[in-house]
Design a protein around this ligand. Structure first.
Ligand code: PEP
Ligand code: MG
Length: 764
């Protein structure tokens, strides 16, 4: 470590230097080393920071202040953070470091270069750890004085309250965490955009380039429809070009920030890129793809004749579905009960509906949807929910019974077929089709449904007067707007309220609200949404689950760029493990619950998702207590979604859970290693697999023995056969989808009577 210089240029950085330059610095260095034109930058290394601490003599005082800190004490955390940052800012940077920074800056270009100054934190023992978003970034910095100030502020930001808390919770010793600072030329792009180095759906060697005028923010945030160019890497030609009408561009504003500018009539319809520029970008993309061995999602910018690559990360969406041979579908097509079958998938939400196909490849296209159309897309995402409300049916290429499209369609009462593999390829815009959401079949034309099969969204209110059952029959809710329909089923409460659908609908990540000091807005949204559901179920239990969205679902939202890129988001940073490590995000949720409890909603229970060890429950409860929740007198429970939590159920009970609920959607995938959203293995996804049943049986027995309520809220709770089995094995309540509540209640009643009858006969 002693040998490491204070300054490293990107060209000098090697992979092993991550410990000195942090993740951000290392990634820029790697892109540079493979010949990608990355904007000029140097890194003020972690060692420079360390020398600064030692040579100014502040090191000991600083770490001693941090050592005694109880990070759970908010007041103390804030005050120590302020003190330590003041210490870092109050001393002068040693002359030799200052001179080296100024010297490097001068070498960037004559007359001062406008730069971005970004923190890149790094841990000695775990250099790969991500501290993304915890430290500061300063844009539009010009001149020696401002640059030195920005570097020192980046250093100080290592001791922001949030960063200290995060490290403490992650188990990092403050002494072992360092900070490097990237000083990079700020690119005032004339044109910019993104590209996928291979087709993002099929994986074909087609580079898709999207571009617009000005800064890349316009394309990334979706505020402009970019031009779209397709470059075939085999023929090395642009094979498709769609020049969009671009209304605005985003440009830097003065010293800070950006502004939106209206485009001239000429620029609006002019193509952003020439064929030569598309080819150049595609070639750079190929270099990145070859180097990383996986297709890349790349941000690029162009100024004059210079092309820059700003970021490169793997595309996670490629599924390689079968590509239908053109013209091969119509001959000898199979016939179904309603006519010619075009496609089949999984029936995810019951009902039959006909309409005009609208293929949506991007949420920005949803404006073309008219009421009563049929939405056909690869997979829906939270931004599409407003469009999903307007359509008569939904068809997707991907997904299984528990994917986003399936869950939301069921709540909206809209027929849906998911996992067709090729609907977006096979169907054409404007084509009229009929969707059978029960059977999972798509028919050609508008065909008459047999009277009994229609209508699609038979209102649950039409259910007969509820039978009384000993086993409570509850309902699952994700969208507050579905609360009334859910309550009209006569359900005995809500066994699962998934708040992530409410949050994902806000279009900004929880992290964004924290970053922008807009916590109150987030808490208000959550409070309002949950209250709507509580009001629909007065006096009945409503179990609200804390946030459980995989990181890829946040990606398209504002703030989504801060989400880590995960190789396997289903096994990644989601569920309670995310909240425990993002206390600010957890606290906002708890604050909303706290206010609801204070407002008299004592029927609100809180359920933690994806727990795999009782310590997670204990820690979550302790944090709630720290934030002023009377944890002894509120209902807290866990989802059993991971085999470990079923196996350790007794320890969870000892830790004090009031209830456990089987999340079979996940429990099945984690027990059998079958991706629940992968249409290619959907037929192997087996809810009644003996291993799954044995885990459930084991956990039910333990809960019964200790008088802890035991329930189910996964999709298997909407299957009458499974529910009969669960009742036979002693489950205390079940929770089903809205459409399934009447048949589940019947299945429960039938099974209970059978048990009573059997007992009576035995005793007779
Ligand atoms: C489950 O895993 O069964 C569950 C209900 O949670 P989700 O479907 O939201 O993952
Ligand atoms: Mg789950």
């Amino acid at each position: 470590m002693k040998e490491m210089p204070n300054i490293l240029w990107l060209e000098e950085i090697k992979k092993e230097d991550i410990i000195s330059v942090g993740g951000k610095g290392a990634s820029l260095g790697e892109m540079t080393s493979i010949g990608l034109p990355v904007p000029k930058a140097f890194v003020v290394t972690a060692q420079a920071f360390r020398r600064f601490l030692i040579e100014t003599g502040i090191e000991d005082t600083l770490f001693r202040r941090l050592e005694r800190l109880d990070v759970e004490d908010n007041g103390a955390l804030e005050s120590v953070s302020r003190d330590v940052q003041d210490i870092v800012l109050s001393v002068d940077m040693p002359d030799h470091i200052r001179e080296e920074v100024i010297d490097a800056y001068a070498r960037m270009g004559a007359n001062g270069t406008v730069v971005a100054v970004r923190s890149s934190a790094t841990a000695e023992d775990l250099p790969e750890a991500s501290f993304a978003g915890q430290q500061e970034t300063f844009l539009n910095i010009l001149g020696d004085v401002d640059l030195l100030d920005a570097v020192q502020r980046c250093w100080a930001s290592l001791y922001g309250a949030r960063a200290i808390y995060y490290r403490a919770k992650q188990g990092f010793d403050d002494r072992s965490v360092n900070i490097a600072v990237v000083v990079q030329e700020l690119i005032r792009s004339e044109k910019s955009g993104v590209m996928f180095t291979s087709h993002p759906v099929t994986g074909e060697p087609l580079t898709i380039v999207e571009g617009s005028w000005g800064l890349g923010e316009a394309v990334v945030s979706g505020s402009v429809s970019p031009d779209n160019y397709v470059f075939d890497l085999r023929s090395e030609r642009v094979v498709d070009r769609l020049v969009a009408e671009k209304e605005i561009m985003i440009v830097p504003e003065g010293e800070h920030g950006t502004k939106v500018v209206e485009l001239s009539a000429q620029q609006r319809t002019a193509p952003v890129l020439s064929d030569a520029e598309v080819a150049r970008l595609a070639m750079l993309g190929k270099i990145a793809e070859d180097h990383y061995s996986v297709p890349q999602d790349i941000e690029w910018a162009i100024v004059g004749d210079d092309v820059f690559i700003l970021q490169s990360r793997p595309i996670t969406t490629i599924r390689r579905p079968e590509i239908p041979r053109p013209g091969s579908e119509s001959a000898g097509q199979p016939k179904g009960p309603l006519g010619v079958v075009l496609l089949e998938g999984q029936g995810a939400s019951p009902g039959i509906a006909s309409g005009r196909v609208v293929i949506i490849r991007d949420v920005r296209d949803t404006s073309t949807i008219r009421d009563g159309d049929i939405l056909v897309t690869k997979m829906t995402n939270p931004d599409m929910v407003p469009a999903m409300r307007r359509v008569k049916a939904i068809v997707t290429d991907e997904g299984g019974m528990t994917c986003h499209a399936a869950i939301v369609s069921r709540e909206l009462g809209t027929p849906a077929v998911v996992g067709t593999k090729k609907a977006t390829k096979l169907l054409r815009d404007g084509q009229v089709i009929t969707v059978d959401g029960e059977k999972g079949t798509i028919y050609e034309g508008a065909v008459e449904a047999p009277a009994a099969a229609a209508p699609a969204a038979a209102p649950a209110a039409a259910a007969p007067a509820p039978m009384i059952t000993g086993t409570l029959v509850k309902v699952n809710v994700s969208l507050p707007e579905a609360a009334k329909r859910a309550a009209a089923t006569g359900a005995d409460g809500v066994g699962l309220l998934r708040i992530e659908h409410l949050i994902l609908g806000l279009a900004k990540t929880p992290g964004w609200y924290v970053e922008h000091g807009a916590e109150e807005e987030f808490i208000g949204e959550l409070y309002g949404g949950i209250k709507t559901v509580l009001d629909a179920f007065p006096g009945k239990p409503v179990w609200v689950r804390t946030l459980d969205a995989p990181t890829d679902e946040f990606r398209n939202m504002q703030g989504g760029e801060e989400e880590p890129i995960e190789h396997n988001p289903m096994l990644g940073w989601r569920g309670i493990r995310r909240d425990l490590r993002s206390p600010e995000q957890f606290r906002m949720q708890i604050e909303a619950f706290k206010r609801l409890w204070a407002a008299g909603y004592s029927n609100l229970g809180v359920m933690f998702p994806l727990v795999n060890h009782p310590d997670e429950f204990i820690q979550a409860r302790a944090m709630m207590k720290g934030w002023g929740v009377d944890v002894e007198n509120v209902t807290l429970g866990v989802m059993v979604e991971v085999p470990s939590s079923a196996i350790l159920i007794e320890d969870f009970i000892k830790a004090g859970i009031r209830f456990a609920s089987f999340g079979t959607n996940d429990l099945i995938q984690y027990t059998l290693a079958i991706d629940r959203n992968n249409e290619h293995v959907a037929d192997m996804y087996e809810p009644e697999h003996p291993a799954v049943l044995r885990l459930i049986d084991y956990a039910i027995k333990a809960c019964r023995e200790h008088g802890v309520e035991c329930s189910i809220c996964g999709q298997a709770g909407s299957d009458p056969d499974m529910v009969a089995w669960l009742v036979g094995h002693g489950i205390t309540s079940v929770s089903a989808n809205i459409d399934a509540v009447p048949r589940i209640r019947e299945a429960v009643a039938r099974k209970e009577r059978q048990i009573l009858l059997d007992a009576a006969r035995r005793n007779a």
